[in-house]
Structures are given as structure tokens and as C-alpha cells.
Design a protein around this ligand. Structure first.
Ligand SMILES: Nc1ncnc2c1ncn2[C@@H]1O[C@H](COP(=O)(O)OP(=O)(O)O)[C@@H](O)[C@H]1O
Ligand SMILES: [Mg+2]
Length: 478
């Protein structure tokens, strides 16, 4: 827009969890944007299951992003294939392309930096599932970040976790190579940026840094403003489903300090679902009065009309602040995180320390759970829960449960928790009113893999929880 040959805006669609409709939402958004006259490119950045081409009825794409990554194609324009929709081109994904051993970090960096040079009004990126760095970095390359959530606790929690990791990754990249980064790593260990980390509030993180580097915290507050994320609800059934989105919106505000809007709500729609099999996106043929088409149009309009100058100004002042920081004379040289989507002046960069890895919550071997009195078969689950033994809530992921107890991954138990005395509470994550809270005792904790095993205090309450978790699992499977 301002510079010829530069992308007008980048929109990324993420959400953490597979099957929530990221690909359908991003595809139909791209179609709607193109139908409204914008020149659009879509990028399939899903590493695990690239399938956007199938959505457009393209069975074997002639070129994919892999051609660009491997150097066979020198520009991204070359691999942006036409689609049946006028004004919409598609850069197809290739299975494992970004995750493969052949793809170097430079390849990925080249891809990220070329995104901004695509000749289009709008780039829509389907970032795919998961919270690995490739996914997060594509999400963070955008001006507008859309998180797709369906009104189920697992999806809401995954969406929340996804935003948290993306935000912290942004902080982290900004301080790589600085003493503050070392301090952070020393204070929290490698897991500072994990989903199940005990540092579950941005305010906690800020107060850790405030004493030492108050001006850094001031700059980070700019990043909160700049983050520009929006929730897109999908597969909504009832009006009450919107309430679930409002609840997670509140949680995001309270814990992450981010103001996110609910940009659209698409219902569970048979025409949307059938479009996957026909290879013609729903938004191409939908009846003009279709309420879901209206939501998509509204979303497209919101995106096209959003004035990004404020966001970009914040980004620039953040960069300026960071460059002039006196804390580390080497900072400038090492500070090449180059706000994705915004070119930074090229400069020689000495090798950087490797970034703090973001690991998915581990699912440890369940040997410990065998010691818990067995009431029924252990159920393998993935339910975000919070436990409280010392007056604060620790977010983790329940990986196994039966009526006797549960194993929870992603929580490194503080040494003050003793198995003989620790009595506490467990609740479903985000249940701030404690409707689902039940009494627990600490059975054991493993510092090595960051997991704890708890025992339920009340057998009746425990079996109700097991039943409801079992029901959720069955619903997700069916
Ligand atoms: N709004 C919707 N209405 C009906 N079915 C939907 C809707 N959104 C998603 N689905 C169903 O969910 C499946 C997964 O959607 P997809 O976009 O591939 O998810 P993701 O990209 O998040 O893994 C689709 O194949 C479709 O059957
Ligand atoms: Mg997908």
C-alpha cells in the first residue's frame, strides 16, 4: 500500500487445536476478501496437514512452498497458484516442508521476510495446529491475529494457551541476547514460555522484570497494544455459545493483558461442512442472505477497514526504544529479531544463543499413576485444569484420570509442596467461579518431567468429574 510491491496487510489464522475450523475460516475469509475486490494471497503454513488446496478442489498442486524453500523457485510470486476465485492466489503447503531437516532456519527466515513483499492487498496465513515455533512465528508475522475457537473447554483453553505462547514468544525474541533474558531463564528455567508454566500472568512476568529493567517493561506494554488479536468463534450452536467466548475473552484480558475482540461467530453449518468434499469453498456459492456469509463479510470488512497505522507506529516506537536501550552495548548487533512483516536494516549478525525452546506439555509415562488406588481404567485425556495447593492456581494439562486420582502435566511442583501435607483444589481451567472445583491431595511430583499426580478427596465428586471428562472425550471422538 504505502510501498509498491509490499503487502497491504497480513492476517494469520491460528488456534492451537486441530479440527476447530482454522482452514475453513481462513479459506472462506480469503474468498470473501477476494470477492469484495481485494487482491488476496493465501499461504498454507500447516506443517502437519496442509490441505488448503483440497478446499479449492486442487488435488496435486503443481508448485508448493517447498519449491520456494528448497530454492527451486526463487520468488514467492512464482509459487502462488491461481484458484477458481478471481483475485485469490494460493501458496500450497507441502507435508513436512517447514519441519523437514532440509529446511534450514534461513529458509524459514527467507520465507517470513518475503511474505511482506508479496504483491497483494492481503495475505491470509493458515498457520495450522500446535504451538511449535514454526507455527507461532507465522502467527506472529501478522498484523492481525485471528484465533479460531469452538465453544468447548478444550478448544477455548488451547486458544488461550496459543495466544499466551505467541505473546511470550514475542517478548522472548525481543530480549534474546540481553541480560534480562538470562535473568528470566535463570528465574524460570526453560519452561518460562510453556503453556503449562506456573507463570500464567503477564503481570507476574512484568513484575519480575520491573525492578531491574523498568524501561523494558514499558516497552513490552507497547507490545500488548500492538498484538492486535481477535477471536473468531466457530461451530456455534446456541446463543449461549457466545457466552463461552466472552468468558475466554475475559480470561485473556485478566491474565494476558490483551484486549481481544470477538470478530465473528460462524455457526455449525451443513453447507460449510459439505464444501470440504465438493472442493468449492462455502463463501463462493452461499446465498446472499446466509447468516454465516454475513459474519464472514463482516469479518472481511473489519479487517480491510482496520487502520494499521496505529499498530505499525507502536511497532516502530518499540523497535526504536529497544535500539536505544543502554542496558547492553552489544544489543543492537544482537537484536535482529526483525519484527516479522517489517523489514529491518540489514546488518551482520554474530551467532545468537539458541532461543529458549517452547516445548509442548510433556505427557510423561504414567508409572506413577499405578500407585494411585485404582477405581476404574485410567482414561487418557487432555484436559486443561488448574490446581491450587498454596493459595495460587497453577495451570496444567490433565493427561490421565480415574476415580482415584489424576496425572497433570506441565506443572513443576515448588519444593514447598509436601506430599504428606499438601491439600488443595482442582478445577477446570478458566473456571474462576470454582463451579467445578474439587478437593485433592498431592500424591507425588516429578521435577524431572514437570508433572504431578494428585488424589481426589471426595470419591463421589471424582466420579462425576471422570464421567464428564469421559463424555467430553466421546463427543470429541464422535
Ligand atoms: N462452521 C462449520 N460448520 C460445520 N462444520 C465445520 C465448521 N467448521 C469446521 N467444520 C468441520 O470441521 C472439520 C475441520 O475443519 P478444518 O477447517 O479443517 O479445521 P482445522 O484447520 O482447524 O484443523 C471440517 O472438515 C468440517 O467438517
Ligand atoms: Mg487445517
Amino acid at each position: 500500500m504505502d510501498t509498491p510491491g509490499r503487502i497491504g496487510r497480513i492476517v494469520a489464522v491460528g488456534g492451537g487445536k486441530g479440527g476447530v475450523g482454522k482452514s475453513l475460516i481462513s479459506t472462506n475469509l480469503a474468498v470473501t476478501l477476494a470477492k469484495s475486490g481485494a487482491r488476496v494471497v493465501m499461504l498454507d503454513a500447516d506443517l502437519g496437514a496442509p490441505n488448503l488446496h483440497t478446499m479449492f478442489g486442487i488435488m496435486r498442486p503443481g508448485r508448493t512452498v517447498e519449491d520456494f524453500l528448497s530454492g527451486r523457485s526463487t520468488s514467492l510470486e512464482e509459487v502462488a497458484l491461481p484458484t477458481p476465485v478471481a483475485g485469490l492466489r494460493l501458496i500450497c503447503g507441502a507435508e513436512g516442508a517447514l519441519g523437514s531437516a532440509h529446511t534450514t532456519a534461513e529458509g524459514k527466515q527467507r520465507l517470513l521476510s518475503q511474505l511482506g513483499r508479496l504483491d497483494a492487498d492481503c495475505l491470509v496465513i493458515d498457520v495450522g495446529a500446535g504451538v511449535n515455533l514454526d507455527t507461532i512465528d507465522f502467527f506472529n508475522a501478522a498484523d492481525t491475529r485471528l484465533v479460531v475457537m469452538v465453544p468447548e473447554i478444550t478448544s477455548l483453553q488451547n486458544g488461550y494457551g496459543f495466544l499466551k505462547v505467541a505473546l511470550f514468544r514475542r517478548f522472548q525474541r525481543a530480549i534474546v541476547g540481553m541480560r534480562a533474558s538470562e535473568k528470566l531463564t535463570a528465574a524460570f528455567g526453560d519452561d518460562a514460555f510453556e503453556i503449562g508454566s506456573t507463570m500464567d500472568r503477564v503481570s507476574t512476568f512484568f513484575s519480575m522484570l520491573e525492578d531491574e529493567v523498568p524501561e523494558l517493561v514499558a516497552s513490552f506494554r507497547m507490545l500488548l497494544q500492538e498484538f492486535n488479536a481477535q477471536i473468531v468463534g466457530n461451530m456455534l450452536h446456541t446463543p449461549a455459545d457466545r457466552n463461552a467466548l466472552f468468558a475466554i475473552q475475559r480470561m485473556i484480558r485478566e491474565r494476558l493483558g490483551l484486549e481481544v475482540g470477538i470478530a465473528a461467530g460462524v455457526s455449525q453449518n451443513i453447507h460449510v461442512r459439505n464444501s470440504v468434499n465438493t472442493g468449492r469453498p462455502f463463501a463462493i456459492d452461499a446465498a446472499p442472505g446466509d447468516p454465516d456469509l454475513r459474519e464472514l463479510r463482516q469479518l472481511a470488512t473489519t479487517i480491510l477497514q482496520q487502520d494499521l497505522s496505529q499498530v505499525r507506529k507502536l511497532r516502530e516506537s518499540f523497535l526504536r526504544e529497544m535500539r536505544k536501550r543502554p542496558i547492553d552495548p552489544q544489543l543492537d548487533a544482537r537484536f535482529d529479531f526483525g519484527f516479522e512483516g517489517m523489514p529491518t536494516a540489514p546488518r551482520a549478525t554474530p551467532p545468537r544463543p539458541p532461543p529458549i525452546p517452547i516445548r509442548a506439555p510433556q505427557i510423561p509415562a504414567p508409572a506413577e499413576l499405578r500407585q494411585v488406588q485404582r477405581a476404574s481404567e485410567r482414561l487418557a485425556v487432555r484436559v486443561p485444569v488448574e490446581i491450587n495447593f498454596d493459595g495460587r492456581w497453577y495451570l496444567g494439562q490433565m493427561t490421565e484420570i480415574n476415580e482415584g486420582g489424576a496425572q497433570i502435566a506441565g506443572i513443576r511442583a515448588p519444593s514447598t509442596w509436601s506430599t504428606s501435607t499438601a491439600r488443595g483444589k482442582l478445577r477446570r481451567a478458566g473456571d474462576d467461579r470454582g463451579v467445578t472445583a474439587l478437593g485433592i491431595a498431592l500424591h507425588s511430583a516429578s521435577a524431572a518431567d514437570g508433572s504431578v499426580v494428585i488424589r481426589f478427596a471426595d470419591a463421589a465428586a471424582a466420579s462425576r468429574l471422570v464421567a464428564s471428562v469421559r463424555q467430553d472425550a466421546a463427543r470429541l471422538a464422535g
